[in-house]
Design a protein. Sequence first.
Length: 58
Amino acid sequence: MRGLKKSDTPILAGYQIYHNYMRPHEALDGKTPAEACGIKVEGENKWMTLIQNASLRT
């Protein structure tokens, strides 16, 4: 992906979720930002767990 054509693209929200809940951060000793805040996403497939949890809240 070289650039974004629209500022309201769903790619940005998806990357924000990936960055905050799935991607370990070196400065946080290998924890995700969510884990550093006390939010733990459990399960073998974190994407599926997040989607299932989001669908329960609607």
